[in-house]
Design a protein around this ligand. Structure first.
Ligand code: PNS
Length: 162
């Protein structure tokens, strides 16, 4: 039984994230999508909202659960009895950051492996930041995020304008 953890900020979850989740769910017995707050980023959505959106998007995947965590990722992974961290890789621009994270996590917890899934090509350009920019400029969100997320993005844009 191999349990894996897919961590991220997910502000909000995109079709690129969901592609990684669906592919990882086929490889591992259990996948925990772990949502946290990255101090380097100011999120649009609260932690609860991000978890809720992910739960809605993953409800068709019986071996996927969604949880919030704080503190070190490796502590959460250990606490969950998982052995693998899954990360998605888009362009080379992701590499330096992900390489550093994987090295630090390995130093902190040598028994945990970080595995990378290359993003599927249609999502190579996609990021949560780009999606928020499109939403704030009233652009079309089709194919970028699922409809439930698009709806919440449009609501959030309205809220932020008030
Ligand atoms: O979606 P993101 O923002 O690229 O995800 C980054 C995330 C949340 C995976 C990363 O910031 C993280 O692991 N945060 C938890 C704190 C931690 O363990 N940091 C690694 C050691 S510096």
């Amino acid at each position: 039984m191999i349990r894996a953890v897919y961590p991220g900020t997910f502000d909000p979850v995109t079709n690129g994230h969901l592609d990684v989740i669906e592919r990882a769910a086929k490889i591992f017995d259990e996948l925990i999508v772990a949502v946290t707050t990255n101090p380097a980023k100011t999120p649009w959505f609260t932690l609860e909202e991000r978890v809720e959106m992910l739960k809605e998007c993953c409800s068709h995947l019986p071996n996927v659960t969604v949880e919030a965590f704080d503190g070190l990722l490796v502590n959460f992974v250990r606490q969950k009895g998982a052995k693998v961290i899954i990360k998605g890789l888009r362009a080379v621009t992701d590499f330096d950051y992900e390489f550093q994270m994987a090295a630090i996590n390995r130093k902190l917890a040598p028994e945990i492996e970080t595995l990378f899934l290359m993003t599927s090509l249609p999502y190579a350009y996609l990021s949560s930041s780009a999606v928020k920019e499109v939403a704030s400029l009233n652009g079309c969100l089709k194919d970028l995020v699922p409809e439930n997320v698009a709806k919440r993005l449009r609501q959030k844009v309205e809220e932020r304008r008030r």
